[in-house]
Design a protein around this ligand. Structure first.
Ligand code: UFG
Length: 357
């Protein structure tokens, strides 16, 4: 049964709320996207097997929105369970985040990555096709560009052969969505290529919560500042960049989440099945690892212990986005300066660890 709500107290106008299935909705990007979807008037249903998340962010989403979101602890590779979710709910579209994401681990366990990341996506698409189709947003990554020859990268920049099984699963899933949308008239798709998502919700009720030792820079920084990690290693200062450390495009998590809402709106406005568009989601501004570390310390008034070590295998030297397509077609733009994003990341870590300052 679809949810209905009143738009006016005295003269009720029924509006059909569109329900979006968010796979991997207990995770970092998924939970922030759930908040933005609810704020935009969508109904949200979350499915997550909690293999790389717990319920902390689900509780946070409820606190921020005041809504208890329907949650299924289900593996997206489990077709029967996915079919049940579609039978129990009127689902208009899906945003697919559920995937393993550690680059290094994917090199050690390629089969686990290929099975999980591809199977979960094809299962979702199969079940959607069986139930008449819908709009799908696929969470892709700047990793598909590898080390691009020309910067910034546009959506037309050729993809490079992936250097990790993780990166390969992103490329394969992009292709799967393109093919599926072409073949099944009820499906529409948008592929969002994220650059480096960082930060946390300004409420500090949801944020990044990696299991074990963080792979990514900002959670490693916040955990070092919180005293959980002894020292940050800066992987390489001999790159051909202004200060020798690698350049990335760090995008605020709430801004990134907002792009998903606009991607759904784009598909709804389009009403043209058979289409699958691609958008870069970054800031367009390259920031070096060293700059980010210094900025974090300055903004949050903390001292970080760090040392320069050798390059990390598989890292590209520099990548940042040309975001003009998302700006123009989706009407999306970034809204938060990086200082605020870094303050939010630290506020979240402090709240999580009970640090009062
Ligand atoms: N870095 C450090 N020390 C750390 C962690 C990272 O110096 O402890 C450096 C990295 O070497 C890199 C930069 O910080 O230069 C950013 O590293 P992240 O691990 O935060 O992010 P990546 O750019 O490697 O990874 C991101 C996404 C991946 C995606 C990848 C490919 O998190 O999902 O981009 O573009 F696959």
């Amino acid at each position: 049964m679809r949810s209905l709500f009143y738009t006016h107290f005295f003269f009720p106008i029924f509006v059909i709320m569109k329900n979006i299935l968010v796979t991997g909705g207990a995770g970092f990007i998924g939970s922030h996207t759930a908040v933005e979807l609810i704020a935009a008037g969508y109904g949200v249903i979350i499915v997550d097997n909690l293999s790389n998340a717990d319920t902390t962010c689900l509780d946070g989403v409820s606190k921020i929105t005041g809504i208890k979101i329907p949650f299924y602890k289900v593996d997206c590779c489990d077709k029967r369970e996915m079919q049940k979710i579609f039978q129990e709910n009127e689902i208009d579209g899906a945003i697919h985040f559920a995937a393993f994401k550690a680059v290094g681990e994917s090199v050690q366990k390629p089969l686990m990555y290929y099975y999980n990341n591809i199977s979960s996506f094809t299962t979702l698409l199969e079940v959607m096709v069986e139930s008449g189709g819908g709009n799908v947003v696929f969470s892709s990554s700047a990793t598909v560009y590898g080390q691009a020859d020309v910067l910034p990268v546009t959506e037309e920049t050729p993809r490079k052969t992936a250097i990790s099984p993780y990166g390969n699963t992103k490329q394969i899933c992009e292709d799967i969505l393109q093919d599926a949308v072409r073949a099944h008239s009820g499906l529409q798709g948008v592929i969002l290529r994220y650059f480096n998502p960082i930060g946390a919700h300004p409420s500090a009720l949801i944020g990044e919560l990696p299991r074990g030792i963080p792979n990514n820079l900002v959670p490693f920084i916040t955990q070092t500042a919180a005293g959980i990690r002894r020292e940050l290693q800066i992987f390489g200062n001999d790159y051909n960049t202004p200060d020798g450390t690698a350049l990335r495009d760090y995008i605020d998590i709430v801004d990134l989440a907002a792009a998903h809402v606009l991607a759904l709106k784009r598909m709804t406005d389009h009403k043209g099945a058979g289409k699958c568009e691609i958008f870069n989601v970054g800031t367009g501004v390259p920031v070096s690892v060293m700059e980010l570390v210094l900025k974090f310390q300055e903004v949050n008034k903390v001292n970080l212990k760090y040392k320069i070590t050798g390059r990390r295998e598989g890292d590209v030297e520099a990548i940042w986005a040309d975001t003009s397509l998302a700006n123009k077609i989706l009407g999306w733009k970034t809204s938060r300066p990086i200082e605020e994003t870094l303050a939010n990341a630290w506020a979240w870590e402090k709240k999580l660890r009970g640090i009062i300052s």
